[in-house]
Design a protein. Structure first.
Lengths: 160, 90
């Protein structure tokens, strides 16, 4: 399975936000705008971080905002938000964050497959700074696309 | 051998950790069963596990366990995962 479609309106580049809540809010708004989720999903993503802490900051500079599947997930989706100035999430090693991925899935199962694709892309350490520096949405999409072509049966042999 | 990849809600981050832990184990030529789990199910999932991989943020939520808890800072860094797994299992 490949990465879910990434419409340009699911990408927001160079946002100015005051804090991590607003950053996650922007990732949620992008998911909603692209038709993946309904309004409640953003709050649930914020709720996961409130409940469990900043563990969603899984690599230096990168947060993977997500919540459980639910009725507010209309179709699986991915959003990408980059920040003009990074914000702290409260992670001891990986703060500050300037790239936020929003993730919405309908079931746990299909999710695991496209997460493997995300791992393929992000195992290349240069991708996070490259995304953070991307000038526009099309560049973001092409950066993700170049490293992990969608529509192909990508397998683990792509792993570097 | 059983390894648990732990995150808050059992999707997303734990799935990434599971995928990359499997890649690291392959590098080390170690056979192990890696399971993704969330905080709610970790007690059961980790009952017979040798290692729990997770974020430092979640360590306090694990509670009492016989498994080795390994904190991973960068879930995408196969070198970090490989080195930490090698230390724990070697």
């Amino acid at each position: 399975m490949s990465l879910p479609p990434l419409p340009l309106d699911a990408i927001d580049v160079g946002l100015h936000v005051p804090d991590w809540r607003a950053a996650v809010g922007a990732a949620g708004a992008a998911l909603e705008r692209s038709g993946s989720t309904g309004p409640g999903y953003t709050e649930r993503m914020v709720g996961v971080i409130e409940e469990f802490g900043a563990y969603v900051v899984i690599a230096p500079g990168l947060a993977l905002a997500h919540a459980r599947p639910g009725p507010d997930v209309l179709t699986e989706g991915l959003s990408v938000v980059t920040l003009a100035e990074p914000v702290a999430f409260g992670h001891p090693h990986n703060d500050p964050v300037n790239v936020i991925l929003g993730l919405a899935v309908t079931t746990g199962d299909e999710h695991v497959h496209f997460v493997a694709e995300l791992a393929n892309v992000f195992n290349d350490a240069s991708i996070i700074p490259a995304l953070a520096a991307a000038p526009d949405a099309a560049s973001v999409r092409s950066l993700l696309g170049i490293t992990a072509p969608t529509g192909e049966d990508a397998s683990t042999e792509e792993t570097s | 051998m059983k390894i648990v990849a732990l995150c808050g809600v059992g999707i997303g981050t734990s799935a990434i950790l599971k995928v990359n832990a499997e890649r690291a184990l392959e590098r080390l030529d170690i056979e192990a069963d890696v399971t993704a789990a969330d905080i709610a199910s970790v007690k059961l999932a980790a009952a017979d596990a040798q290692v729990i991989l997770t974020s430092s943020e979640l360590v306090p939520s694990i509670g009492k366990t016989n498994a080795d808890v390994i904190v991973i800072d960068n879930f995408f860094d196969l070198d970090e995962l490989t080195a930490k797994l090698e230390t724990a299992l070697g």
